[in-house]
Design a protein around this ligand. Structure first.
Ligand code: NAD
Ligand code: GLY
Length: 369
């Protein structure tokens, strides 16, 4: 059964529609546009490009398609300009719509092009990874990477609609799927203890990608994100809770080189770390911190340094000193004291917390770092 979640943002409000086998033509019905530019990556294009184009064409739109290489390197200035050129050549005007069909890379890149082409045109998100369905397609953060760091250029630009077809998850690799589950667990910790318990009781069905369970869970994650974004669209404060586990995760990715450790794997380790620090600093019950680690492990995610994928020579970057340094050489927080989102109970977190250096180092060492 399909579900709809609304992101309430006054005149920029929009729906997230979640179901199995949702045809893209439904999107065209609710977001009409005479001309649609589908932006997708090569993998997703092979699997879903023709189907999406046919559905949109049936709804009457003129369709152009831009296919970019898969992978994080495509979130770059070079690809932004290639897409502008494609948009001009295809004759896209202010009434046109961009459809971002793919994972977070395509969503962030195509969203940024939509935010800036002709000073901003509409776009829709059609996420095809679990991470994109529960996180990156919702909330309007768009952007690209610079050689100096990830997501250093971007814009807040809300989509006109998010269309989630859970069927597309069937073709996603297990590693990418499980990485999306790390963000799902995050929503349980930051906002919904009942969701967390549901995940604990249904790990097999989750790993089997059970469509009914996924409909409920993706919808619940989108509800949480929608509520947070509605209250704090531009991350003045509360939106930071979506970064539970991410302070350490970003440092790990930075130290080990992007791609070796996937984002969801880094977030899993980062959440276990944040949970342990929360026990030390925030009265988070130790048994609840244990539940966070056990759930992540049951889902096949790393919960300590010992269970990380084989990192070869780059494993040296896991020592506390370089990791800690990476937290404050990050271009977005250079020189600042790192701030943490910490849990008080499952489902309740606080944000913007500073933590004594000895506590951070000690917890990392206990995790095998
Ligand atoms: P991704 O877009 O690179 O997709 C992962 C891989 O899966 C790619 O190789 C892709 O081709 C493939 N793929 C996608 N859908 C598929 C499907 N249905 N079947 C088979 N293969 C498929 O990675 P991602 O994890 O979706 O997104 C990561 C990006 O999202 C990062 O750049 C990150 O910065 C960004 N992000 C943005 C936000 C935000 O709020 N804007 C939030 C979180 C993450
Ligand atoms: N992924 C964090 C945010 O959307 O704010």
């Amino acid at each position: 059964m399909a579900r709809t979640v609304t992101v309430e943002l006054a005149e920029r409000s929009y729906d997230i529609r979640i179901g199995s086998g949702l045809p893209a033509s439904q999107m065209a019905a609710t977001v009409p546009a005479p001309h649609v530019l589908i932006v997708t990556d090569r993998n997703v294009d092979t699997l879903y490009g023709d189907r999406t184009e046919a559905a949109l064409r049936k709804a009457g739109a003129t369709i152009s398609r831009a296919v970019v290489p898969a992978g994080e390197e495509t979130k770059s200035e070079g690809w932004v300009f290639k897409l502008y050129e494609k948009a001009v050549a295809a004759g896209l005007d202010r009434t046109a719509l961009i459809a971002a069909l793919g994972g977070g890379v395509v969503g962030d890149l195509a969203g940024f092009v939509a935010a800036t082409y002709l000073r901003g045109i509409r776009y829709v998100q059609i996420p095809t990874t679990l991470l994109a369905m529960v996180d990156s397609s919702v909330g309007g953060k768009t952007g690209i990477n610079l050689p100096a760091g990830k997501n250093l250029v971007g814009a807040f630009h809300q989509p006109s609609e998010v269309l989630v077809d859970l069927d597309t998850l069937r073709t996603l690799s297990r590693r990418e799927y499980v990485c999306g589950l790390a963000e799902v667990v995050k929503y349980g910790v930051i906002a919904d203890a009942a969701l967390f318990s549901t995940l604990e009781s249904n790990t097999e069905a989750l790993l089997a990608r059970d469509p009914a369970l996924l409909t409920d869970i993706v919808a619940r994650c989108c509800e949480v994100k929608a509520e947070v974004v509605s209250k704090d669209e531009r991350e003045g404060g509360l939106r930071a809770i979506l970064n539970f586990g991410h302070t350490l995760a970003h440092a790990l990715e930075n130290q080990l080189g992007y791609g070796r450790l996937l984002h969801g794997e880094a977030v899993a380790v980062g959440m276990v770390f944040a949970a342990r620090v929360s026990v030390a600093q925030c009265g988070f019950p130790a048994d609840e911190a244990g539940r966070v680690s056990r759930l992540l492990e049951a889902l096949g995610l790393p919960a300590s340094v010992r269970t990380l994928p084989d990192l070869g020579a780059s494993a040296e970057g896991l020592a506390w000193r370089p990791l800690r340094q990476a937290m404050t050489t990050d271009k977005k927080v250079r020189g600042a004291t790192p701030r943490f989102v910490l849990a008080e109970r499952l489902g309740t977190v606080v944000f913007g917390r500073q933590v004594p250096e000895d506590v951070l180092a000690a917890e990392w060492v206990k995790m095998g770092g």
